[in-house]
Design a protein around this ligand. Structure first.
Ligand code: FES
Length: 346
């Protein structure tokens, strides 16, 4: 979900030794301020619920006894434990560092894993919410003085507190916020309110088309630090465009799983149920497992939270996760096999 493009090659190597959404992208030449991740489960009570757009609900929650919640920095996320047992990660989008309460915003995804629907349909004011964190792997580097924020839809959630922090630090920032229409651009009013002359709004229905990467990066010079958060298509196009400037810093947070790169088909044998599933070259093992069993545990789908980890009983694993993967473990959301069959304890 997170990354720094210029570190990708280094990180790819480092991820294999387990540096990582709980420490992800922690190898950085920018030495950002860090907040120690909170590992314990915290229970909070929902104090406000607001529909930000037709498909996005914001929840505010606080310590039930009025205490302070753990410290956090813009870009941080929490792992929410839903009553069903699902775990989902949401960025904190309230005022930077605010500890009297937290705010998250959740887009309803009709064909997702059910977590967003559960929140939309069942969580209300007065309910309790259990979470772990915050953790941050998408932090603002405050010594970067020329910054462009690129926002796509619900990708606004980590970016909004970053913008506020950048403004507090007198960073020369601009932002471009893209969405299909203003009605479907949650928190747009709050982004614009920080500094209206620094924000470009790209509503597709007003402009008559979706933006190209060049449109989104129109305000970025070769040395501008770009922070992008939004759909995979937007992220990939911005990354490709920024690759034309070899030294341009790029920070990103990805919603949804990354595309499978250099995948080959393999078989996944489920030892307990004695089933063999074929994993195609362009799908993850997790996707195939979810077809087989929709209750399969997962959260980030990007190899850093560890939720999908399974025990491997036989076979060679091509480990691609950033969370630690032991010799007999596999993060099925990203790791795969180069050929043949992997037998897992499932
Ligand atoms: S779902 Fe997070 S590591 Fe696989």
């Amino acid at each position: 979900m997170y990354g720094r493009r210029k570190r990708d090659r280094v990180l790819t190597a480092l991820w294999g030794v387990g540096i990582l959404f709980g420490g992800l992208a922690s190898a950085s030449r920018w030495s950002p301020a860090r907040v120690t991740p909170v590992q314990r489960t915290i229970t909070a009570v929902v104090t406000a619920r607001e529909l930000l757009s037709p498909d996005v609900v914001a929840l505010t929650f606080a310590d039930p006894d009025g205490g302070l919640l753990p410290s956090w920095t813009p870009g941080a996320h929490i792992d929410v434990r839903l009553p069903s047992g699902r775990r989902r990660q949401y960025s904190l989008c309230g005022p930077p560092g605010r500890r009297t309460d937290y705010r998250i915003a959740v887009r309803r995804i009709a064909d997702g894993g059910g977590g967003s629907i559960e929140i939309h349909d069942t969580v209300d004011v007065g309910d309790t919410l259990a979470f772990e964190g915050p953790r941050n792997a998408f932090y603002l580097v405050t010594d970067e003085q020329d910054v462009l924020f690129v926002i796509g839809g619900i990708g606004v959630t980590p970016i909004l507190p970053m913008i506020r922090l950048a403004h507090q630090h007198a960073i020369n920032w601009r932002a471009v916020y893209a969405g299909r229409s203003r009605d479907y651009m949650p928190l747009l009013d709050e982004v614009v309110a920080v500094a209206p002359d620094r924000v470009t709004v790209w509503a597709d229905d007003e402009r008559g088309r979706i933006p190209t990467a060049a449109d989104l990066l129109a305000d970025a010079g070769p040395a501008t630090a770009v922070y992008v958060c939004g759909p995979s298509g937007m992220l990939e196009s911005v990354r490709a465009e920024r690759d034309k400037h070899a030294d341009a810093p790029l920070h990103y947070e990805r919603f949804g799983p990354p595309p499978v790169v250099d995948g080959v088909p393999f078989e996944l044998e489920l030892a307990r149920s004695q089933r063999v599933l074929r994993v195609p070259a362009n799908r993850s093992a997790l996707d195939v497992l979810l077809d087989h069993n929709p209750a399969t545990a997962y959260s980030c789908r990007q190899g850093f939270c560890g939720t999908c980890k399974v025990t491997v009983l036989a076979g060679e694993v091509d480990r691609r996760g950033r969370a630690a993967e032991g010799e007999d473990e596999m993060l099925v959301c990203v790791s795969r096999a180069n050929s043949g069959r992997v037998v897992i304890d499932a």
